[in-house]
Design a protein around this ligand. Structure first.
Ligand SMILES: [Zn+2]
Length: 256
């Protein structure tokens, strides 16, 4: 069920060009700030570790990224870092994360991807420690039913181009990869997609771990049911609606 059946890369390229054309750099930066606040509020933070990035509108060879030494919810217009596809900092006020190569190598390998997230969410790390494949036993898990591969090369930080390229290779054409004993990497056609998928992936892992520890997984619905649900919940509109809901939720909690 979860072998690599992920979408083809070419099918999204034209769509992304259109999206880039309608967003300004400041709008992309603001969305990165919003995504960071959402990710922190939804439990994706691990101290100051973890990062989120989005390509610079109109220039797919550059990307905006969360700065080192700050939490997901501390991204500002001033501290956002600008990097190129070699992983070098070329602008912005903050310090560059040493694991920038997860982002630069995925962007290099996947022209269809506009946003990358790397985080250490508790339940996803726990499932990765079991070495088990994800099963299609909940709605969030079905979002990954077209493939959720493992990256097994190291538990350590991804501080070289070679290791970053290894993560990108393991990801292949999928939406996400489980980095064994370390975390996850998500690749989205939009920042909304990568953000919502990060949250759905950890929820899916939590449900599977609960089911397995409560006596094991029972009957699973047939593939045609899974495919139908997958196609429904991975629509771009679903990501946009849920991102906007979480943006409003964070706003409400900070203005009370
Ligand atoms: Zn990490």
């Amino acid at each position: 069920m979860f072998q690599a059946l992920c979408h083809t890369v070419d099918s999204f390229v034209g769509t992304n060009k259109n999206r880039e054309n309608i967003m300004t750099s400041d709008e992309a930066k603001q969305k990165l700030i919003d995504a960071g606040r959402i990710l922190e509020a939804e439990g994706q933070g691990d101290l100051t570790r973890g990062h989120v990035s989005v390509r610079v509108p109109g220039d797919s060879s550059l990307f905006f990224m969360k700065p080192h030494s700050h939490g997901f919810d501390e991204i500002t217009m001033e501290n956002i870092v600008i990097c190129n596809l070699e992983g070098e900092k070329v602008g912005g006020g903050g310090r560059r994360h040493s694991e920038v190569f997860i982002h630069s190598e995925i962007f290099k390998a996947r022209p269809d991807v506009t946003s990358v997230i790397h985080s250490h969410p508790t339940y996803a790390v726990a499932l990765s420690a079991t070495g088990k494949s994800m099963r299609p036993i909940s709605q969030p898990s079905v979002a990954f039913s077209d493939g959720l591969p493992y990256f097994n090369d190291t538990i350590n930080l991804i501080r070289t181009k070679n290791l970053g390229a290894g993560v990108a290779r393991a990801l292949g054409s999928c939406k996400a990869v489980l980095m064994r004993n370390h975390g996850v990497a998500l690749a989205g056609a939009t920042l909304e997609e990568s953000t919502i998928l990060a949250i759905m992936l950890d929820n899916a892992c939590k449900i599977q771990l609960l089911a397995e520890s409560a006596g094991g997984i029972g009957a699973v619905f047939p593939p045609e049911y899974i495919k139908e649900l997958h196609d429904a919940i991975t629509q771009p509109e679903q990501y946009a609606i849920n991102f906007e809901f979480l943006r409003r939720k964070v706003l409400r909690s900070t203005t009370r």
